[in-house]
Design a binder for this molecule. Structure first.
Ligand code: FE2
Length: 306
């Protein structure tokens, strides 16, 4: 997401993005529509790109047991064959039948208001380009693997799907209230890096974790980061870093809790948060409820590719 182009209309140029970088966002914005969506051009993927997707998929799939939430594990096969980059239309058909969401192609990061507007219409923008082989372990911007593997399985969960739409609608309001930075923290600490407490222990549901080679394990098992019970005001006060593993994660009890907590009118909350000092990502406050790191369950069960 970016902060310029407040009207959220594509004019053929890449948006400015958050964070430091040496180059503009990747992607061909000239071919995107006014709402920043574009055709996937599936036929243009090379055999090497399909093979890279297959390697990324296999690596992440092997990590999921004991670290990913069961809703994600149950739905990941909905992406279809792991041997090639999926066609968005095919996945969309399955998704629409389950939760009423559709996937749309995007040239890359898109401005906030355009992004919120798509979510509010239950349309999820998926970057259509694949990272380069040398970016196998880390890619700065979200590519098609991150967007599909990380985000799409949970869109099959009806409650989480409703939360995503509510987030988009809240984003349109936040843009009018000048509160996008605060709302972006909610997206970061839930949709991208959220943890959930399950009967089997802590698990990840955030796409940034589930599509990451190393942070998934760090978030669940490593004793270093703090894992705080989800508390909206605390979360919105907490800055985040995009260039390292997170120092703090927020733990929900259920997707229903997340949906209900964010169904409120955020205007008074934004006012309150603005009146308080922001907190650094690693801030430790007294009397907060923490979760301990999970002990990795060395299950012998294997998830088979769909
Ligand atoms: Fe993402």
């Amino acid at each position: 997401m970016s902060t310029d182009r407040r009207d959220g209309v594509n004019r053929g140029l890449a948006p400015r993005t958050y964070g430091q970088g040496e180059r503009p966002p990747r992607g061909d914005y000239a071919r995107a529509r006014q709402d920043f969506t574009c055709e996937q051009r599936w036929q243009d993927y090379t055999p090497a790109e399909h093979a890279l997707y297959e390697r990324l998929y296999a690596r992440q799939l092997a990590q999921l047991q004991g670290l990913a939430c069961p809703e994600f594990i149950d739905a990941v096969e909905q992406l279809g064959s792991p041997t090639h980059i999926p066609r968005l239309d095919t996945v969309s058909s399955r998704l629409e039948r389950t939760s009423g969401w559709r996937l749309v192609g995007a040239p890359g990061l898109i401005p906030e208001e355009a992004f919120f507007a798509l979510l509010a219409q239950r349309r999820f923008p998926v970057t259509d380009w694949m990272r380069r082989p040398e970016e196998f372990d880390y890619v700065v911007e979200p590519d098609i693997f991150h967007d599909l593997f990380g985000h799409v399985p949970l869109l099959f969960n009806p409650t989480f799907a409703d939360y995503m739409q509510a987030y988009g609608m809240g984003g349109l309001k936040a843009a009018r209230l000048g509160a996008c930075e605060l709302l972006a923290r909610l997206y970061w600490y839930t949709v991208e890096f959220g943890l959930i407490n399950t009967p089997a222990g802590l698990r990840a549901y955030g796409a940034g974790l589930l599509s990451s080679a190393g942070e998934l394990h760090h978030a669940i098992v490593d004793p270093a980061p703090q894992r705080l019970a989800f508390q909206l005001e605390r979360l919105m006060r907490t800055r985040y870093r995009i260039d390292r593993y997170q120092a703090s994660y927020f733990v929900i009890d259920s997707f229903q809790q997340l949906f209900e907590a964010t169904a409120l009118d955020f205007a008074p909350l934004y006012e309150r948060v603005r009146s308080l000092p922001a907190l650094e990502a690693d801030s430790i406050l007294p009397d907060e409820r923490h979760y301990a790191a999970a002990r990795r369950c060395l299950s012998t069960s294997v998830i088979t590719p769909g």
